[in-house]
Design a protein around this ligand. Structure first.
Ligand code: PLP
Length: 402
């Protein structure tokens, strides 16, 4: 197990540059404050009939009303979950199992988060569903025409993310949702990376029947999220037990977490906590740097991209030495890949863009946020060329040893 050793500045003090906001964000102090009573004096089980339970129930009902108000939904259309992964699992497994009598065909895209892709794989392998993976163009965009052409008489569900976590590409979700609605197909969108970053007016803007949401990508607590379920849809539950959440999600509600989620919805969604102009200017500066470095290629869409996200691949290197090199300089970045046994899988998202497998191995993602500053960007500008040089040397060294 390695431990993170932060870089020191000239005065010897620690200097951490956190450019990994798409992975998670720090808990907002006011949100934390609002959660505290639910880790203390308000501890009842909302399902208990006595007054301690009824007190907790009143807070849970209030939280659902508040969440629904921000989303522009009915309270009964909000299902609280254990995070974005669970929301997406409930949407896909739950809708597929509910709608199975109508058909077995599901459409998704090659660039979805694994919370969606693994469910589709499971349904194909174990439950007899057929999955179509829509391709994307060089920028990671799905064409509405390709969706329209892929819908068959037995298509029951389409799942396309609102914004991509690895490269930030923003899909034409409203258009895709409108096609599904017109064709009578249930549409799920994973909006985990959208909320708090991009303009939000109402949940209806996505033209979706199911929308996955989570708190920790916008300064809320980890392990809590919500699924918007457009009435009268009733996805089959994936957690069995009590009749919580209107029979849609068993398990005693995490009232502290739910309060944290509601707080971030109220504070950070209609007025996105990720400030557009400031972050566009900071990521624009990093983009100019990337464009000038030899053998370094920007990946994604220059026009339709989350304001805080910038991804690139590096010829002759690998994500692991690049991320380790940045980390040694105090810079927290990410690749889109899962780390298993010390090696990184190439990014399925970058491969789907048509980038070759070797290059897809070298993805680096910077995702900036509320606390990111110009000084941090300047630090990265000063250090990145050297980190790349060292990482290339390391990779060459490894291949010689092989
Ligand atoms: C697009 C997307 N969907 C789903 C998830 C899963 O959310 P959670 O971490 O809350 O389970 C993530 C988190 O990385 C994500 O980026």
């Amino acid at each position: 197990m390695g431990y993170y050793v932060p870089a020191k500045d000239k005065a010897g003090t620690m200097q951490t540059v956190y450019f990994d906001y798409n992975a998670t964000t720090p808990l907002d102090a006011n949100v934390r404050e609002a959660m505290l009573p639910f880790l203390g004096e308000i501890w009842g089980n909302p399902s208990s009939v006595h007054h301690v339970g009824r007190h907790a129930r009143a807070h849970l009902d209030d939280a659902r009303d508040r969440a629904a108000k921000v989303l522009g939904a009915k309270p009964s259309e909000v299902v609280f979950t254990g995070g974005g992964t669970e929301s997406a699992n409930l949407a896909i497994l739950g809708a597929a199992r509910l709608l199975k009598p109508k058909g077995h065909h599901i459409i998704t895209s090659a660039v979805e988060h694994h919370a969606v892709l693994r469910c589709c794989e499971y349904l194909a392998q174990r439950e007899g569903f057929a999955i179509t993976y829509l391709p994307v163009d060089r920028e990671g965009l799905i064409s509405p025409d390709s969706l329209a052409a892929a819908i068959q008489p037995d298509t029951i569900l389409v799942s396309i993310m609102a914004a991509n976590n690895e490269i930030g590409t923003i899909q034409p979700v409203a258009e895709l949702g409108a096609i599904c609605r017109q064709r009578g197909v249930v549409f799920h969108t994973d909006a985990v990376q959208w909320l708090g970053k991009e303009p939000f007016d109402s949940i209806h803007q996505f033209n979706a029947d199911l929308v996955s949401i989570c708190a920790h990508k916008m300064h809320g607590p980890k392990g809590v999220g919500a699924l918007y379920v457009r009435s009268p849809l009733q996805p089959a539950p994936i957690l069995m037990g009590g009749s919580h959440e209107n029979e849609r999600r068993a398990g005693t509600e995490n009232l502290a977490g739910i309060t944290g989620l509601v707080e971030v919805l109220e504070r950070f969604v209609r007025h996105p906590v990720f400030e557009g102009d400031r972050l566009t200017s900071l990521t624009g500066r990093l983009l100019r740097l990337i464009d000038h470095l030899p053998g370094v290629q920007f990946v994604g869409s220059r026009e339709r991209r989350l304001i805080n996200t910038l991804a690139f691949v590096v010829e002759g290197s690998d994500s692991l030495p690049l991320l380790a090199g940045l980390d040694l300089e105090g810079i927290c970045a990410s690749s889109g890949s899962a780390c298993s046994a010390g090696s990184l899988e190439p990014s399925h998202v970058v491969e789907a863009l048509g980038v070759n497998r070797t290059l897809a191995h070298s993805l680096v993602r910077f995702s900036l946020g509320r606390e990111s500053t110009l000084a941090e960007v300047e630090h990265v500008e000063s250090i990145l060329p050297e980190v790349i040089r060292r990482a290339r040397k390391e990779v060459t060294g490894i291949s010689v040893l092989r």
